[in-house]
Design a protein around this ligand. Structure first.
Ligand code: ZN
Length: 293
């Protein structure tokens, strides 16, 4: 029985199979390598650009404690590119609405305490009632928030609040704090590409500080009245958030401090007889303006 195993192996079909298999694997390997070469070849131009970007960004270290307006705008632009290209902020493509928001935003930016920088207002294709600002003039308003506002004064109050965050440089402060926490801040500052990455994280997972929110409310209210809008718009929109009723309200509330506290503070700021003085309270005109959203 044992001898059976000592026989030399017949020049068998198993060897043919092996040779066939090895040929088959060679072909597979070859086609895989060919695919790899093609894939690499196709991504080469992209890689070349990103390498240039890397070299450029690697050479730049940002001092967040005294960042210039130009550097802040460039940082905001880089964060915006990343947010948009990654789909984390899906830009809503509706020319009429986009133009309207931009016109409104630019007018308010001119009346802000920081009118010397460029502002970019974008509508995000998201039904959640939310808005946010990064830095260097980049403001994002959800389609859902625009639809939820009853009039232009209400919408303008949100825009004013977000511009207030840019005036207060809140994102820069948060970015600096995060960079320190991550050990990314050296004596020279933060590497630019790391700053962009942290900025994107902050934009996506916004954790607002109570102090920043209250300051943005103050700055927003002053901007709102300076732009000629009725301060009632700010109270009206916040009241909506407080009363809720919409399933998407918690998104906004969760990223902001107690709405009731904000309302109380605003009520103390706005004399009742002045609440309705100003433009933007025509609900029907606003509905016509945002028709199609
Ligand atoms: Zn805010």
């Amino acid at each position: 029985m044992l001898s059976r195993f000592s026989f030399p192996k017949p020049p068998s079909s198993s060897e043919q199979t092996r040779s066939y298999l090895s040929k088959r694997w060679s072909y597979r390997l070859l086609s895989f390598l060919l695919g790899l070469v093609l894939a690499l070849g196709m991504t080469l131009p992209v890689r070349a650009i990103s390498w240039i970007d890397l070299i450029r960004s690697g050479a730049q270290v940002l001092q967040l404690s005294n960042i210039s307006d130009k550097q802040e705008m460039e940082l905001g632009a880089s964060i915006n590119r990343e947010l948009v290209s990654s789909g984390q902020a899906k830009v809503y493509r509706n020319r009429a609405i986009t133009n309207y928001i931009n016109r409104l935003g630019q007018e308010m930016a001119r009346n802000s305490a920081r009118s010397e920088i460029d502002y970019t207002f974008q509508v995000v294709d998201d039904d959640g009632i939310n808005a946010f600002a990064t830095m260097g003039g980049y403001v994002y308003l959800n389609k859902g928030l625009i639809a939820r506002a009853d009039n232009e004064a209400e919408l303008a109050s949100v825009i004013g609040h977000e511009i207030g965050h840019i005036v207060g440089k809140h994102s820069i402060k948060q970015l600096r704090q995060r960079a320190i926490a991550q050990g990314a801040l050296s004596a020279a500052g933060v590497d630019r590409s790391q700053a962009v990455q942290i900025g994107v994280e902050l934009a996506v997972n916004r954790r607002k500080s109570r102090r920043d929110e209250l300051e943005a409310d103050q700055l927003g209210l002053s901007n709102l009245t300076k732009s000629g809008y009725a301060p009632a718009g700010m109270l009206g929109f916040m009241q909506k958030l407080l009363e809720g009723g919409s399933s998407s309200v918690p998104t906004f509330v969760s990223t902001h401090p107690a709405t009731s506290e904000r309302i109380k503070r605003l009520q103390a700021e706005i004399p009742p007889e002045k609440a309705n003085q100003g433009k933007g309270l025509n609900n029907q005109a606003y509905k016509n303006q945002i028709r199609g959203i």
